[in-house]
Design a binder for this molecule. Structure first.
Ligand code: PEP
Ligand code: MG
Length: 556
């Protein structure tokens, strides 16, 4: 699977695995046990120092990843297991570390959850680092582990898995891509690759074993294609494709710090849709002016049980802190439909998209909703935070949700916990009834955010997930556009901010039409931000209005 976009062409560098092996030695007496324990503590201390040195020169996300490793190094379970193998089983420190690392890697590697599975690489990494200090050779594999050193060609790393410190320690200036047998989008190596613009594919499985050091490899990190020793004509095609991509990418990168403003001076706000702290980093990389949609369900989907108020609070707070004053819109839980939580079984339904989902669950399961609201409210003092309610279909639902927000606030006042007294509550307009009743809802909401993904599926009665009818799923359908126009108009009439966070907001084909309709606030997946910005920078409002007027002929 592609985990970091871009085309990489280069020679394979197969990273040799760390060769340490179990010695099977049994410690003779108590003094040998003591000696091994001291050596273990010393190696952990030095490994921690290594990580701290790497952290000092790393960007925030990378430093956070390394911090996780420092925590793992001092995790009482891992430390305790190793010490017990030395003390009770009389194993030397190296054998104990190897055994505990392998067992933990296996446990994590077999986990269902992709995120936890990806942590196996972090455990392997700390194990290697400590082993490096116990048995010599320094910590970790580092550049010494890379084969075919010394030539000037671009390199593509091929490995079972890559740890973040592998990527940090390597001479990255020569590495243009990597391919791993294991791992996925949430592997830390993939996150670092995306941040540093290194093309990557992960989870390639045994297919990678066919690659030898020095083989020519072509890798497309967007589509997940990996070619081993392709014929020269194919390489040439990819060279051309890469050239074109590079020109576009460089140009789009150069727009990062430019304001999105039309040629005649209309400013447009471009924010990102995110689901995690890693997405937040990416949003900033692409020049997002804020977060228009934080899909909180992703936190819930990555957990093995309902995240507690404290866990949620820390997650929201971290995002707000990282946003550094930029507005962050936190949407309350939007599960049901296509998004399930394994630990919260929902009743089997014939029409899940029309059933028990999103705000309907929150209003029914007040315990879940109040916990989430309190966590958001507590985090709200750490930045510019707003609450967004999904799937609102009527004024009554909005009132019920607002009553629960008031209850959550009262709870915090009783607990003497601070929250932003001016926090605003907006609603997703993604159900046709809400779009039609926008005039009424505008009186009671603080802002609207149009969710075109669901609005389109519900307006056209076309399942957004169904491949067979995908040609019918058309957000440019006049019926959908009329509803969007109504929402924007009502917002304008009642001085209510209207934003859009559905996929249409990130579609450059829709930018002028939406601008012409009066939309000024767009939120999208981060990589679309410079693309949409580019359209805005080249357009005048006169042109945007002309595009809209032309389209009006279809939608009146
Ligand atoms: C939408 O429906 O447009 C939206 C942004 O919400 P989601 O895609 O999470 O359903
Ligand atoms: Mg939706």
């Amino acid at each position: 699977m592609g985990v970091s976009p871009g085309i990489a062409i280069g020679r394979a560098c197969v990273i040799r695995q760390f060769q340490a092996a179990i010695t099977g030695e049994t410690l003779a007496d108590a003094s040998a046990v003591e000696r091994e324990k001291v050596q273990f503590h010393d190696a952990v201390g030095r490994a921690t120092e290594d990580l701290r040195v790497l952290m000092a020169g790393a960007e925030t996300t990378v430093a956070e990843i390394l911090e996780v490793q420092v925590e793992l190094l001092h995790d009482p379970m891992w430390e305790g297991e190793v010490l017990s193998k030395i003390g009770t089983d009389k194993k030397n420190a190296g054998d104990a570390v190897l055994e505990v690392t392998q067992a933990l890697m296996e446990t994590f590697g077999n986990m269902e959850d992709e995120y936890l599975r990806a942590r196996a690489a972090d455990i392997e990494d700390i194990g290697k680092r400590v082993m490096g200090h116990l048995r010599g050779g320094g910590g970790g594999r580092g550049p010494a582990g890379v084969g075919s050193d010394g030539d000037e060609t671009d390199q593509i790393l091929v490995a079972t898995d890559l740890s973040p410190s592998d990527l940090i320690a390597l001479d990255i200036s020569r590495v243009v891509g990597f391919a791993t047998r294991a791992g996925g989008k949430t592997s830390h190596a993939s996150i670092v690759a995306r941040l540093r613009g290194i093309a990557a594919v992960a989870g390639c499985g045994e297919g990678l074993d066919a690659i030898a050091d020095g083989d020519m490899v072509v890798l497309d990190g967007a589509s997940g294609i990996l070619l081993i020793n392709p014929i020269p004509e194919v390489v040439e095609q990819y060279v051309e494709k890469r050239k074109e991509q590079l020109v576009t990418t460089r140009f789009l990168q150069s727009l990062k710090n430019r304001e999105a403003i039309t040629t005649d001076g209309t400013a447009v706000h471009l924010s990102a849709n995110i689901g995690s702290i890693e997405d937040m980093e990416q949003a900033l990389e692409y020049g997002a002016q804020g977060v228009g949609l934080l899909r909180t369900e992703l936190l819930f989907m990555q957990s093995n049980s309902l995240p507690t108020e404290e866990e949620q609070f820390i997650f929201y707070k971290n995002i707000l802190v990282r946003a550094a004053g930029r507005p962050v819109t936190i949407r309350t839980l939007d599960i049901g439909g296509d998004k399930a939580l394994p630990y919260l079984p929902l009743p089997k339904e014939d029409n899940p998209f029309l059933g028990y989902r999103a705000i309907r669950i929150s209003l029914d399961r007040k315990d879940l909703f109040l916990t989430q609201l309190k966590a958001i409210l507590r985090a709200s003092v750490f930045g510019e935070c707003r609450i967004l309610l999904p799937m609102i279909g009527s004024v009554q639902e909005l009132r019920q949700a607002k009553a629960l927000i008031a209850e959550a606030k009262e709870g915090l006042i009783r607990q003497q916990l601070p929250y932003d007294k001016d926090i605003r509550t907006g609603i997703m307009i993604e159900v046709p009834s809400a779009a039609i009743m926008a005039d009424q809802l505008a009186k009671e909401a603080d802002f609207f955010s149009i969710g075109t993904n669901d609005l389109c599926q519900y307006t056209l009665a076309v399942d957004r997930m169904n491949e067979k009818i995908k040609s019918l799923y058309d957000p440019f359908h006049p019926a959908v556009l009329r509803l969007i126009r109504n929402v924007i108009e009502q917002g304008y009439l009642q001085h209510l901010p209207v934003e859009m966070c559905g996929e249409l907001a990130g579609d450059p084909q829709a930018t002028l039409l939406l601008l012409g309709m009066g939309l000024r606030d767009f939120s999208m997946n981060a990589p679309s931000i410079p693309v949409v910005k580019n359209v805005i920078l080249q357009a005048s409002m006169a042109v945007a209005r002309a595009v809209y007027t032309k389209e009006m002929n279809n939608i009146v």
